[in-house]
Design a protein around this ligand. Structure first.
Ligand code: CA
Ligand code: CA
Ligand code: CA
Ligand code: CA
Length: 358
């Protein structure tokens, strides 16, 4: 009986820690508070701040692995303008250089299925950036684009099978998609304006983007094959990159429509646009929390950049960093390893085991 109780308590403890992991949302960001750019992690209320990097060179562009165990980032610690993509555990341990190439290797992003890392590099000469993928350990490097024009802004489709990106190969920025190996390249936009900043809908069916084809930057949406183009915004000022909420219901963006940069949210058909910030200083770079209830953004309203979080009504705005230096590039992680249904299953299992142990 004693043994049975011990096993029970062990299982309960294991499940308790599983539950703890479910709600463990974190925000990675960069800050100059230690005299050069380092990567930090904090809870979504600003508590529990931890510095992950500690090197006099620039460290930035953090991107979480989907299991939350690792972060890829960019660092200049090689010197001479050489930027490398590094990986580290999410506590800063076990740092490794994944790219190890004297060119600029930048903008890493971990695939939603965890199997690959996208990045950009000019290793084929000059200013010509190409898009590459590699395994999370740096192996299996593949160049996905090969064109003397700019190729950049790569974004994983939600299933990790396709990549949307921007290229200037047709003499102005257009949005393209390709398969993971670079095959099946398809141009989705075709007009003289700049079409850029693609953002996938969470179901992978649509892509929102900005274009100045009308003379100002407005937000558009199209099917992921380029069909069914629709204009979502048409404001007197430029609108910034769209950012689709993880629940698929809304799009957030920054805009100059009221004369200075503020954060807005709208329905995915462009309806019900709402301004969430109202300050003369710059408010921009909005990004959704994994539960789609909050939006992180950066603001210069305290005369240096801070990371703020607001609810979708713009009522509950909080300064998370509150430090007299540059704080930037917020990047959310949520340990959503369990879907809603398996979380429900865990609740049921919890009740059953607790009864068995009593
Ligand atoms: Ca540093
Ligand atoms: Ca290129
Ligand atoms: Ca274009
Ligand atoms: Ca600051």
């Amino acid at each position: 009986m004693v043994q049975f109780k011990t096993v029970c308590h062990f299982i309960m403890l294991a499940i308790f820690f599983s539950f703890g992991k479910i709600s463990q949302t974190q925000i990675a960001f960069i800050s100059d508070r230690d005299w050069n750019s380092e990567i930090y992690v904090m809870d979504p209320n600003g508590n529990n701040l931890r510095r992950l990097t500690n090197h006099p060179a620039h460290d930035g562009q953090p991107s979480w692995s989907p299991d939350g165990r690792k972060i890829v980032f960019v660092t200049g610690r090689g010197g001479g303008g050489n930027m490398e993509v590094y990986v580290m555990n999410s506590n800063g341990d076990n740092m490794r250089n994944l790219t190890n190439h004297p060119a600029r290797n930048i903008s890493p992003s971990w695939s939603p299925n965890g199997r690959g890392i996208l990045f950009m590099s000019n290793r084929d000469g000059g200013k010509n950036l190409e898009i590459y993928t590699m395994d999370p350990n740096g192996n299996n490097l593949q160049r996905l684009t090969n064109h003397p024009a700019y190729d950049g802004q790569p974004v994983w489709s939600p299933d990790g099978q396709r990549i949307a990106f921007v290229s200037e190969r047709d003499l102005n920025y257009e949005i393209y998609v390709m398969d993971l190996n670079g095959n099946n390249l398809r141009r989705l936009t075709n007009n003289l304006g700049e079409d850029e900043s693609p953002s996938w809908s969470p179901d992978g069916r649509r892509i929102a983007f900005v274009s100045n084809r009308s003379g100002r930057f407005n937000i558009y949406v199209m099917d992921s094959n380029g069909n069914n183009l629709r204009n979502l915004t048409n404001h007197p000022g430029d609108d910034g990159p769209p950012n689709w909420s993880p629940d698929g219901q809304r799009i957030t963006f920054q805009s100059l429509m009221d004369g200075n940069s503020n954060i807005y949210v709208m329905e995915i058909d462009g309806g019900d646009p709402r301004r969430l910030t109202d300050h003369l200083a710059f408010d921009g770079l909005p990004s959704w929390s994994p539960d789609s209830k909050r939006i992180a953004f950066v603001s210069e309203r305290d005369l240096n950049y801070e990371i703020y979080v607001t609810d979708v009504n713009g009522i509950d705005i909080r300064n998370l960093t509150n430090h007299p230096v540059y704080d930037f590039q917020p990047n959310w992680f949520n340990s959503d390893g369990y879907s809603v249904s398996s979380e429900t299953n865990l609740m049921i299992m919890w009740g059953q085991i607790k009864r068995a142990c009593d």
